[in-house]
Write a protein that binds this ligand. Structure first.
Ligand code: HEC
Length: 161
């Protein structure tokens, strides 16, 4: 699903997804369950904490420790807030609605950190995504988000039921 706000990143993000697919397509179990959404407890609190540690090291320079975003020190750029009322310059759901968690992660991996995109391990991007969801009201559950692209691509970002 290509939203008007995708800003041409979808192609790059898709490339990342395909790369993950090649790396992780070992055994894909037949998927016959009901569609999963972000509201069914898809990541663990421990995973969100790992993501927070990575976020502090890689992302706070531009997005701020409290995720509020703002202008860079030299005033030349502005990073969007990643949580709160102005998250993603609209809201988490407005920006990512009807996309999948896989697309959310692939977009971040393909474009961030802005000066060094796709430079972190895939697992780190997944953990950071769990942290970002935890800051946007998405509830934690028992198990980690897995580093498995087909599974991530099945989890829909939809409004709270
Ligand atoms: C050097 C500054 C900088 C760093 C470091 C940085 N970002 Fe960004 N980020 C930006 C800017 C600027 C934008 C807005 C880009 C745009 O809209 O074209 C952005 C946008 C985003 C978006 C919104 C993407 C979208 O399509 O709506 C997310 C999510 C994000 N960054 C996550 C991260 C994460 C996670 C990290 C750490 C791994 C990170 N950023 C590190 C500057 C940065």
């Amino acid at each position: 699903m290509v939203s008007s706000k995708s800003r041409g990143w979808v192609a790059a993000a898709t490339g990342v997804v395909l790369a993950w697919g090649a790396a992780t397509a070992v055994h894909s179990a037949p998927a016959a369950q009901a569609p999963r959404t972000i509201w069914s407890g898809i990541y663990s609190e421990a995973q969100a904490r790992r993501g927070e540690e990575a976020y502090k090291m890689q992302c706070t320079y531009c997005h701020q420790p409290d995720l509020s975003g703002g202008f860079f020190d030299n005033g030349t750029g502005r990073a969007p807030a990643l949580a709160g009322p102005k998250a993603f310059d609209s809201s988490f759901l407005d920006r990512w609605r009807d996309q999948t968690v896989g697309e959310f992660i692939a977009t971040i991996a393909a474009t961030m950190p802005q000066t060094k995109p796709a430079s972190l391990p895939v697992q780190t991007y997944i953990d950071i995504a769990a942290f970002l969801m935890s800051k946007n009201g998405v509830p934690a559950g028992a198990a980690d988000l897995p580093a498995d692209v087909p599974t991530l691509q099945e989890i829909a970002i939809v409004p709270k039921p």
